[in-house]
Design a protein around this ligand. Structure first.
Ligand code: FMN
Length: 272
């Protein structure tokens, strides 16, 4: 395996190994992608003031979040269709999360079922849901996560409609894989990825039955109906930790606290 030391190394390697279609899906943002740079700049602007003369022979980054102790103060965000990056990515994330005792979100649009992810990661995995095209489908899948034993639900509210991801539109990216001449050429130029993916089977949104048009994952479905009443219904349905993902205003955060939500996940969806 090629040695990597920095995030930039990883990115360079990924760009070489992955078809452009997949690399752009992971790296790209919405519109002119200005927010991606602003997010990075915001982190770069944070300075820590070190204190000396502190006895630091024993060090720990452990932290408590949502009622349990984690080994590191960060986790892995939920991402749809991870196995598009490379076969087995979901499982690798799950095993890493379990081994290092960090939280991992698994997306409703994941390429591995929520049941398998729980089997791999145990209670290090949280289930992330978007509202689906029907409430029945949404509440069914939330109940499925509950029966499997998930204790934390991430309810994502920052995608009322899918924002235009310019690169994905140009590349003809679709959640359920379709191969036209352009994609064929892209895959032919990345044979390692293509052979590995061919052997593993084309990734799909695994939480939904393959042949059922009604119950499939519709990436472009409107989620605009989510409001305070909707949130109250989700709160009623989910007895465990309920985290609302994609909150950026103090008013919303206060409202969610008053509505009995356990935590807000402050995020602009990585500028996506
Ligand atoms: C490839 C990819 C797929 C993503 N899919 C989802 C998803 O299915 N659900 C979701 O809530 N967020 C999704 N996100 C957004 C991430 O969960 C996360 O919000 C983003 O990477 C930025 O991190 P932050 O929110 O911690 O700032 C995705 C991000 C990437 C890069």
């Amino acid at each position: 395996m090629t040695k990597v030391y920095t995030y930039e190394d990883i990115k360079r390697l990924a760009k070489r190994r992955m078809p452009k279609l997949m690399f752009d899906y992971v790296e790209g943002g919405a519109g002119r992608e200005l927010l991606i740079d602003r997010n990075e700049a915001a982190f770069d602007d944070i300075y820590l003031q070190p204190r000396s003369m502190v006895h630091v022979v024993e060090r720990s980054l452990k932290t408590t979040l949502l009622g349990r102790e984690w080994d590191l103060p960060f986790g892995i965000a939920p991402m749809g269709m991870c196995n598009l990056a490379w076969p087995g990515t979901d499982r690798m994330f799950a095993e890493v999360a379990k081994r290092h005792n960090i939280p991992l979100g698994t997306s409703v649009a994941a390429s591995t079922t929520l049941e398998d992810m729980f089997d791999y990661a145990g209670n290090s995995v949280w289930f992330q849901v978007y509202v689906a095209q029907t409430d029945e489908l949404t509440f069914d899948i939330i109940n499925r996560a509950k029966s499997k034993g998930y204790d934390t639900l991430l309810f994502t509210v920052d995608v009322p409609e899918l924002s235009p991801r310019t690169r994905d539109i140009k590349n003809g990216f679709q959640a359920q894989f379709k191969i036209g001449p352009r994609q064929f050429l892209d895959f032919a130029l990345h044979p390692r990825w293509s052979i590995a993916t061919l052997l593993a089977g084309s990734p799909r949104t695994a939480n939904f039955p393959a042949d059922d048009g009604q119950a499939s994952f519709v990436r472009t479905a409107s989620r605009a109906r989510v409001d305070w009443d909707y949130m109250a219904r989700v709160r009623e349905l989910w007895p465990g930790n309920l985290v609302v993902k994609g909150v950026l205003s103090p008013e919303d955060a206060r409202g969610l606290r008053d509505a009995g939500i356990d935590a807000v996940y402050v995020s602009n969806h990585g500028g996506r």
